[in-house]
Design a protein around this ligand. Structure first.
Ligand code: G3P
Ligand code: MG
Length: 244
């Protein structure tokens, strides 16, 4: 029986404020196999968890993450924009997140948000954190910036990397090999073709598709043998996987 991994996108972000410790705890409670989350860097070099480059969509603050020190960022509320009942959630640091997941045997997908902004030595700093928390076997680093994925391999070729893609790339297996990555992380609708999936898998490249929220799409991707399904609803996916 085919079994795809259930990877919670920004935590259990369908029901809780994305990329908060609450969303990560709830994803684990929902029975996810892994967590995907997004990384940026503050003015004082602290790696923090947030999707956007700026904080206005998800917090009560404004402006770019790189303009704030970590201490300043901590003053903003990362829960109330989602719902008043979640008041009090903060933008987590990578330390807080890795400390929480370190003994849980989860797949940790750290997405470097460096396709718009260049954060000096982000790859090196993230890798050092992975060593510090002894999570090398659990982590896959991904990004839409594929030069960054090459830099990760230059620091440590044993750390797994995934190439995020929105476009339907031709002969993606060749491209993934050119970059030296371990996986492709495609927008899920670009990965619905059986022959393409088979070819990628034959080349021993893993496929973790994002962001899959409808049951019919989850089922189709499981059927195709996709390795990981990145979803805002790990509860829904868990139910499907348990019923197989
Ligand atoms: O890593 C999968 C997915 O998170 C990529 O897009 O914009 O949701 O970070 P985005
Ligand atoms: Mg992401």
């Amino acid at each position: 029986m085919k079994r795809s991994l259930n990877i919670a996108h920004r935590g259990f972000s369908g029901r809780y404020p994305e990329n908060t410790m609450l969303a990560f705890r709830k994803a684990v409670e929902a029975g996810c196999d892994g967590i995907e989350t997004d990384l940026h860097m503050t003015k004082d070099g602290v790696i923090v968890i947030c999707h956007d480059e700026t904080i206005e969509r998800t917090t009560n603050g404004r402006g770019f993450i790189y303009d704030y020190s970590y201490e300043e960022l901590c003053k903003f509320d990362a829960g109330i924009k989602f719902d008043e009942e979640f008041r009090g959630e903060k933008i987590p640091s990578i330390d807080e997140f890795l400390e929480y997941v370190k003994d849980k045997n989860l797949l940790i997908n750290l997405e470097l948000k460096n396709d718009v902004i260049h954060y000096e030595k982000l790859e090196k700093k993230v890798i050092e954190k992975i060593y510090e928390f002894k999570l090398k076997k659990n982590v896959i680093i991904s990004s839409f910036n594929h030069y960054s994925m090459v830099r990760v391999k230059e620091y440590d070729d044993k750390i797994k990397t995934g190439l995020l893609c929105l476009a339907t790339l031709y002969n993606v297996h060749d491209y993934v090999k050119t970059v030296g990555a371990d996986a492709v992380h495609p927008f899920f609708l670009s990965m619905m073709d059986k022959k393409v999936v088979e070819c990628i898998k034959k080349n021993e490249i893993r496929i973790n598709a994002y962001t899959v929220n409808e049951e019919k799409d989850m089922k189709k991707l499981i059927d195709l043998g996709i390795d990981g399904i990145i979803t805002n609803y790990p509860d829904k996916l868990k139910k499907i996987l348990t019923s197989l």
